[in-house]
Write a protein that binds this ligand. Structure first.
Ligand code: NAP
Length: 291
């Protein structure tokens, strides 16, 4: 019987994770299986409670359960607790031998993965990130992981949250205050972000804007549709991974900024979850989905 990992979400049919993880298990020579499980919100508690009995040794958690599942864990890692969301569950034996569920968040490692790659590929760009100015568009779950990652790993000199709903961004900033030793976090309305975008070394789209292919409803949107505010020496990082190239990335690249799409983050979080469950190194490329 293979070790089994569940994907808990609703819906799950569209998810790329089963293909990614099952390819990785094979490539690593592991008899493991990644199983999508569609779970309605009202069945989340019982599904999580039965995970171990059903033969699962871990899980990923996706929309809409990332926040709600935290209360069903026996323990949370510090980062999952800080971000307020769990995307990875590990079934572990506690000190007393009893099985416990530990909730973790690997979106943080996923976000940092392509920035760390820059260290090898473009050291000059990577050095820009130390103590850099940063802008994050959006104030949802992904933005929380980005802000936590930035405050704990990048030490920005200023981190501006530009959000459609400033109240939500202010709540995020308040929740992250304990990691903001130097008081670098600020909130601005979307319309007031121009100066901050121009002076930032790293600009991140953590909204779903741009998620659809051009021509589809809602497609080709950008949180910052002002190409002239981008320039060489900047990094534009879009968390959206489908399509691979968004208007935000195209606009930034057209003015010489370095674009990073959402696929390396998706793979980076998968790799961190995989390594947490199996103890083995991620065996696939860092930036491309397997066929
Ligand atoms: P979320 O919790 O729903 O938050 C979305 C944020 O975007 C909110 O602040 C929302 O503002 C804002 N927003 C939505 N529509 C907007 C619009 N038309 N104009 C301006 N702001 C808008 O979603 P999430 O979980 O943070 O995910 C955000 C994006 O990141 C998604 O596209 C998701 O696929 C992507 N993501 C990618 C990865 C990866 O591995 N690459 C990982 C996680 C997430 P309001 O508060 O005003 O609604």
């Amino acid at each position: 019987m293979p070790h089994r990992i569940a994907l808990l979400g609703d819906p799950v049919a569209h998810s790329l994770s089963p293909r990614l993880h099952n390819t990785a298990f094979s490539a690593a020579g592991l008899d493991w299986e990644y199983v999508p499980c569609r779970v309605a919100p009202e069945h989340l508690a019982e599904t999580v409670a039965q995970m171990h009995a059903q033969g699962f040794v871990g899980a990923n958690v996706t929309i809409p359960h990332k926040e709600a599942v935290a209360e069903h864990m026996d323990a949370l890692t510090e980062r999952a607790e800080a971000v307020g969301a769990v995307n990875t569950i590990c079934v572990e034996a506690g000190d007393d031998g009893a099985v416990r569920l530990v909730g973790d968040n690997t979106d943080i490692a996923g976000f940092l993965a392509p920035l760390r790659e820059l260290r090898e590929e473009a050291p000059a760009l990577e050095s820009l990130l130390r103590g850099c100015e940063m802008v994050v568009f959006g104030a949802g779950g992904a933005a929380r992981a980005v802000v936590y990652a930035a405050l704990t790993a990048l030490a920005p000199s200023r981190l501006t949250l530009a959000a459609r709903t400033p109240k939500r961004a202010k709540a995020l900033a308040k929740a992250m205050q304990r990691f903001d030793d130097d008081g670098v976090l600020e909130v601005v309305a979307l319309d007031d972000a121009a100066e901050r975008v121009r002076s930032a070394a790293l600009v991140v789209n953590a909204t779903p804007l741009g998620m659809h292919a051009p021509g589809e409803a809602g497609g080709d949107a950008s949180p910052w549709p002002h190409p002239d505010d981008f320039h060489p020496g900047q990094i534009a990082y879009d968390l959206v991974y489908a399509p691979a190239t968004t208007r935000f990335l195209r606009d930034a690249a057209s003015r010489g900024a370095t674009p990073i799409g959402g696929m390396p983050m998706l793979i980076g979080q998968a790799a961190a979850s995989f390594e947490r469950w199996t103890g083995a190194a991620w065996p696939l490329a860092a930036d491309a989905m397997p066929d």
